[in-house]
Design a protein around this ligand. Structure first.
Ligand SMILES: [Zn+2]
Length: 293
Protein backbone atom coordinates (compact mmCIF):
# COMPACT_ATOMS: atom_id res chain seq x y z
CA UNK A 1 0.00 0.00 0.00
CA UNK A 2 1.36 3.44 -0.82
CA UNK A 3 2.34 5.25 2.39
CA UNK A 4 3.75 8.75 2.89
CA UNK A 5 7.01 8.33 0.89
CA UNK A 6 5.23 6.71 -2.05
CA UNK A 7 2.45 9.31 -2.14
CA UNK A 8 5.01 12.13 -1.86
CA UNK A 9 6.99 10.58 -4.73
CA UNK A 10 3.83 10.51 -6.85
CA UNK A 11 3.17 14.16 -5.93
CA UNK A 12 6.69 15.25 -6.86
CA UNK A 13 6.61 13.33 -10.13
CA UNK A 14 3.30 14.97 -11.12
CA UNK A 15 4.56 18.47 -10.30
CA UNK A 16 6.36 19.13 -13.61
CA UNK A 17 3.20 18.27 -15.54
CA UNK A 18 0.13 19.58 -13.76
CA UNK A 19 0.31 23.22 -12.62
CA UNK A 20 -1.27 25.45 -15.22
CA UNK A 21 -2.92 22.61 -17.11
CA UNK A 22 -6.65 22.85 -17.90
CA UNK A 23 -8.85 19.74 -17.82
CA UNK A 24 -10.81 19.22 -21.02
CA UNK A 25 -12.79 16.22 -19.86
CA UNK A 26 -12.98 13.67 -17.04
CA UNK A 27 -13.87 10.05 -17.79
CA UNK A 28 -15.09 7.78 -14.99
CA UNK A 29 -15.05 4.16 -16.12
CA UNK A 30 -15.57 2.58 -12.72
CA UNK A 31 -17.56 4.74 -10.29
CA UNK A 32 -16.61 2.79 -7.13
CA UNK A 33 -13.44 4.83 -6.53
CA UNK A 34 -15.35 8.11 -6.98
CA UNK A 35 -16.83 8.68 -3.52
CA UNK A 36 -18.15 12.20 -4.17
CA UNK A 37 -19.86 13.58 -6.23
CA UNK A 38 -21.60 11.38 -8.84
CA UNK A 39 -19.69 10.82 -12.12
CA UNK A 40 -21.86 13.26 -14.11
CA UNK A 41 -21.36 16.13 -11.64
CA UNK A 42 -17.66 15.24 -11.29
CA UNK A 43 -17.04 15.54 -15.05
CA UNK A 44 -19.16 18.68 -15.41
CA UNK A 45 -17.35 20.46 -12.55
CA UNK A 46 -13.88 19.50 -13.76
CA UNK A 47 -14.32 20.56 -17.39
CA UNK A 48 -12.36 23.78 -17.77
CA UNK A 49 -10.81 23.52 -14.28
CA UNK A 50 -7.16 24.54 -14.02
CA UNK A 51 -4.55 22.85 -11.80
CA UNK A 52 -2.93 25.39 -9.54
CA UNK A 53 -1.15 23.54 -6.73
CA UNK A 54 -0.62 19.97 -5.63
CA UNK A 55 -0.24 19.30 -1.90
CA UNK A 56 -0.05 16.20 0.26
CA UNK A 57 -1.05 15.49 3.83
CA UNK A 58 -0.22 12.03 5.10
CA UNK A 59 -1.34 9.66 2.34
CA UNK A 60 -3.80 12.16 0.86
CA UNK A 61 -3.08 14.03 -2.39
CA UNK A 62 -4.74 17.45 -2.49
CA UNK A 63 -5.14 18.98 -5.95
CA UNK A 64 -6.12 22.64 -5.96
CA UNK A 65 -8.20 23.64 -8.99
CA UNK A 66 -9.83 26.85 -7.73
CA UNK A 67 -12.66 26.96 -6.76
CA UNK A 68 -12.41 23.15 -6.54
CA UNK A 69 -10.32 20.85 -4.38
CA UNK A 70 -9.76 17.25 -5.47
CA UNK A 71 -8.76 14.73 -2.79
CA UNK A 72 -7.18 11.48 -4.00
CA UNK A 73 -6.31 8.57 -1.73
CA UNK A 74 -4.49 5.78 -3.56
CA UNK A 75 -5.90 3.03 -1.33
CA UNK A 76 -4.06 -0.29 -1.64
CA UNK A 77 -3.08 -0.37 -5.30
CA UNK A 78 -3.82 3.06 -6.80
CA UNK A 79 -1.50 4.36 -9.52
CA UNK A 80 -1.63 7.90 -10.82
CA UNK A 81 0.41 8.33 -13.98
CA UNK A 82 0.84 11.08 -16.52
CA UNK A 83 0.50 10.01 -20.14
CA UNK A 84 2.16 12.03 -22.86
CA UNK A 85 1.58 10.33 -26.24
CA UNK A 86 4.47 12.24 -27.81
CA UNK A 87 6.98 10.54 -25.51
CA UNK A 88 8.43 7.36 -26.92
CA UNK A 89 8.93 5.29 -23.78
CA UNK A 90 8.99 1.56 -24.22
CA UNK A 91 6.25 -0.19 -22.24
CA UNK A 92 8.75 -2.16 -20.10
CA UNK A 93 12.36 -1.62 -19.27
CA UNK A 94 14.83 -2.61 -16.58
CA UNK A 95 16.06 -0.12 -14.06
CA UNK A 96 19.81 0.25 -14.70
CA UNK A 97 20.90 -0.09 -11.06
CA UNK A 98 18.16 -2.03 -9.31
CA UNK A 99 17.38 -4.43 -12.17
CA UNK A 100 13.69 -4.05 -11.37
CA UNK A 101 11.30 -4.15 -14.25
CA UNK A 102 9.38 -0.94 -14.51
CA UNK A 103 6.30 -0.08 -16.45
CA UNK A 104 6.30 3.29 -18.12
CA UNK A 105 3.20 5.39 -18.81
CA UNK A 106 0.66 2.61 -18.70
CA UNK A 107 -1.97 2.42 -21.39
CA UNK A 108 -5.65 2.38 -20.51
CA UNK A 109 -6.74 -1.11 -19.47
CA UNK A 110 -9.64 -2.64 -17.53
CA UNK A 111 -8.18 -1.30 -14.25
CA UNK A 112 -7.97 2.33 -15.42
CA UNK A 113 -10.98 3.79 -13.62
CA UNK A 114 -10.59 7.54 -14.03
CA UNK A 115 -8.89 9.61 -16.74
CA UNK A 116 -8.41 13.37 -16.76
CA UNK A 117 -7.92 14.53 -20.34
CA UNK A 118 -6.06 17.65 -21.47
CA UNK A 119 -6.46 19.51 -24.74
CA UNK A 120 -3.02 18.53 -26.06
CA UNK A 121 -3.68 14.78 -25.92
CA UNK A 122 -1.93 14.31 -22.57
CA UNK A 123 -3.84 12.68 -19.73
CA UNK A 124 -3.68 11.64 -16.09
CA UNK A 125 -4.72 8.01 -15.65
CA UNK A 126 -5.87 6.49 -12.39
CA UNK A 127 -5.40 2.72 -12.32
CA UNK A 128 -6.35 0.69 -9.26
CA UNK A 129 -6.58 -3.12 -9.36
CA UNK A 130 -8.20 -3.55 -5.95
CA UNK A 131 -10.35 -0.40 -6.15
CA UNK A 132 -9.80 0.71 -2.53
CA UNK A 133 -8.74 4.17 -3.71
CA UNK A 134 -10.97 7.15 -3.05
CA UNK A 135 -11.56 10.28 -5.13
CA UNK A 136 -13.55 13.19 -3.74
CA UNK A 137 -14.17 16.54 -5.37
CA UNK A 138 -15.39 19.48 -3.30
CA UNK A 139 -15.76 23.20 -3.72
CA UNK A 140 -13.25 25.07 -1.54
CA UNK A 141 -15.95 26.08 0.95
CA UNK A 142 -17.69 22.70 1.22
CA UNK A 143 -17.99 21.73 4.93
CA UNK A 144 -17.02 18.11 4.15
CA UNK A 145 -13.64 19.25 2.86
CA UNK A 146 -12.72 20.71 6.24
CA UNK A 147 -13.94 17.54 7.95
CA UNK A 148 -11.83 15.28 5.75
CA UNK A 149 -8.68 17.31 6.41
CA UNK A 150 -9.38 17.68 10.14
CA UNK A 151 -9.26 13.88 10.50
CA UNK A 152 -5.57 13.84 9.61
CA UNK A 153 -3.01 14.36 12.33
CA UNK A 154 0.50 15.80 11.93
CA UNK A 155 2.59 14.80 8.94
CA UNK A 156 5.91 13.47 10.32
CA UNK A 157 7.97 15.14 7.57
CA UNK A 158 6.75 18.63 8.50
CA UNK A 159 7.11 20.95 11.48
CA UNK A 160 3.64 19.78 12.59
CA UNK A 161 5.41 16.68 14.00
CA UNK A 162 5.74 17.82 17.62
CA UNK A 163 7.11 15.96 20.61
CA UNK A 164 4.66 17.10 23.32
CA UNK A 165 1.39 15.93 21.71
CA UNK A 166 3.03 12.70 20.47
CA UNK A 167 4.38 11.89 23.92
CA UNK A 168 1.03 12.63 25.60
CA UNK A 169 -0.89 10.47 23.10
CA UNK A 170 1.45 7.48 23.42
CA UNK A 171 1.73 7.69 27.23
CA UNK A 172 -2.03 8.01 27.64
CA UNK A 173 -2.90 5.05 25.44
CA UNK A 174 -3.68 1.44 26.32
CA UNK A 175 -3.38 0.52 22.64
CA UNK A 176 -0.41 -1.32 21.18
CA UNK A 177 2.28 1.09 19.95
CA UNK A 178 1.90 -0.34 16.44
CA UNK A 179 -1.83 0.54 16.47
CA UNK A 180 -1.01 4.06 17.72
CA UNK A 181 1.48 4.60 14.88
CA UNK A 182 -1.05 3.36 12.29
CA UNK A 183 -3.65 5.87 13.54
CA UNK A 184 -3.75 8.62 10.87
CA UNK A 185 -4.79 11.13 13.54
CA UNK A 186 -1.48 10.48 15.35
CA UNK A 187 0.96 10.12 12.44
CA UNK A 188 -0.57 10.94 9.07
CA UNK A 189 1.01 8.89 6.31
CA UNK A 190 2.47 6.04 8.38
CA UNK A 191 1.29 2.57 7.36
CA UNK A 192 2.38 -1.00 7.98
CA UNK A 193 5.78 -0.78 6.27
CA UNK A 194 7.11 2.30 8.06
CA UNK A 195 5.51 1.48 11.42
CA UNK A 196 7.46 -1.83 11.43
CA UNK A 197 10.66 -0.13 10.30
CA UNK A 198 10.38 2.69 12.87
CA UNK A 199 9.73 0.24 15.74
CA UNK A 200 12.78 -1.79 14.73
CA UNK A 201 14.90 1.37 14.66
CA UNK A 202 13.59 2.31 18.10
CA UNK A 203 14.10 -1.21 19.55
CA UNK A 204 10.43 -1.46 20.58
CA UNK A 205 8.20 -4.51 20.00
CA UNK A 206 4.97 -3.76 18.12
CA UNK A 207 2.52 -5.15 20.70
CA UNK A 208 3.65 -3.21 23.78
CA UNK A 209 1.06 -0.73 25.10
CA UNK A 210 1.84 2.95 24.71
CA UNK A 211 1.32 3.57 28.43
CA UNK A 212 4.10 1.10 29.29
CA UNK A 213 6.81 2.91 27.33
CA UNK A 214 9.43 5.13 28.96
CA UNK A 215 9.90 8.71 27.77
CA UNK A 216 13.29 7.65 26.37
CA UNK A 217 11.74 4.90 24.22
CA UNK A 218 8.92 7.17 23.05
CA UNK A 219 11.63 9.66 22.11
CA UNK A 220 13.35 7.00 20.01
CA UNK A 221 10.10 6.20 18.20
CA UNK A 222 9.40 9.93 17.75
CA UNK A 223 12.68 10.39 15.86
CA UNK A 224 12.62 7.01 14.07
CA UNK A 225 9.30 7.75 12.32
CA UNK A 226 10.47 10.76 10.25
CA UNK A 227 13.86 9.14 9.75
CA UNK A 228 12.52 5.94 8.09
CA UNK A 229 10.07 8.00 6.03
CA UNK A 230 12.78 10.39 4.81
CA UNK A 231 15.07 7.49 3.89
CA UNK A 232 12.28 5.82 1.88
CA UNK A 233 11.44 9.10 0.16
CA UNK A 234 15.08 9.52 -0.86
CA UNK A 235 14.84 6.06 -2.47
CA UNK A 236 11.70 6.94 -4.42
CA UNK A 237 9.44 4.89 -2.16
CA UNK A 238 8.95 1.17 -1.66
CA UNK A 239 7.59 -0.86 -4.59
CA UNK A 240 6.27 -4.33 -3.85
CA UNK A 241 3.69 -4.77 -6.56
CA UNK A 242 1.71 -1.87 -7.90
CA UNK A 243 3.24 1.32 -6.66
CA UNK A 244 4.74 3.53 -9.37
CA UNK A 245 5.29 7.28 -9.67
CA UNK A 246 3.68 9.55 -12.26
CA UNK A 247 6.16 8.42 -14.91
CA UNK A 248 5.43 4.78 -14.14
CA UNK A 249 8.77 4.27 -12.39
CA UNK A 250 9.07 1.96 -9.40
CA UNK A 251 10.89 2.94 -6.21
CA UNK A 252 13.91 1.12 -4.77
CA UNK A 253 13.34 1.35 -1.01
CA UNK A 254 12.20 -2.32 -0.85
CA UNK A 255 15.89 -3.23 -1.03
CA UNK A 256 16.61 -1.10 2.07
CA UNK A 257 13.90 -2.37 4.45
CA UNK A 258 15.26 -3.90 7.64
CA UNK A 259 12.24 -5.90 8.84
CA UNK A 260 9.06 -5.33 6.83
CA UNK A 261 8.32 -8.28 4.54
CA UNK A 262 11.35 -10.22 5.87
CA UNK A 263 9.58 -12.69 8.20
CA UNK A 264 11.64 -15.88 8.65
CA UNK A 265 14.80 -14.23 7.36
CA UNK A 266 17.74 -13.37 9.63
CA UNK A 267 17.80 -9.95 11.32
CA UNK A 268 20.44 -7.74 9.70
CA UNK A 269 21.70 -6.67 13.14
CA UNK A 270 21.72 -9.89 15.21
CA UNK A 271 21.12 -12.72 12.68
CA UNK A 272 18.18 -14.01 14.76
CA UNK A 273 15.20 -15.19 12.68
CA UNK A 274 12.58 -12.43 12.39
CA UNK A 275 9.17 -12.97 14.04
CA UNK A 276 5.73 -12.35 12.68
CA UNK A 277 2.69 -11.48 14.76
CA UNK A 278 -0.69 -9.84 14.28
CA UNK A 279 -1.10 -6.46 15.99
CA UNK A 280 -4.04 -4.14 15.27
CA UNK A 281 -5.28 -6.62 12.63
CA UNK A 282 -2.08 -6.14 10.66
CA UNK A 283 0.90 -8.40 10.21
CA UNK A 284 3.99 -7.13 12.00
CA UNK A 285 7.51 -8.35 11.39
CA UNK A 286 10.02 -7.74 14.16
CA UNK A 287 13.12 -9.04 15.92
CA UNK A 288 12.77 -10.61 19.37
CA UNK A 289 16.39 -9.81 20.20
CA UNK A 290 16.66 -6.23 18.91
CA UNK A 291 13.15 -5.16 19.96
CA UNK A 292 13.09 -6.15 23.61
CA UNK A 293 11.18 -3.21 25.08
ZN1 LIG B 1 17.84 -8.48 15.61
Amino acid sequence: MPELPEVETVRRSLLPYLPGRVIEDALVRHPKVLVFPDPGTFARQLRGARFERLERRGKLLIFHLPPLVLLVHLGMTGQLTFRDPSRSDRPFERHPTTGLQRTVQHEVDSHTHITLLFGDGCAVHYRDIRKFGKWRLFSQDHPRLGLELARLGPDPLTSDWQWEPFFRTVRGSQRAIKAILLDQAVAAGVGNIYADEALFEAGVRPAIKGAKLSARRIGKIFSAVPSVLAKALANGGTSFSDYVDADGKKGSNQEQLLVYGRYGEPCFRCQNELERSTVAQRTSTWCKVCQRT
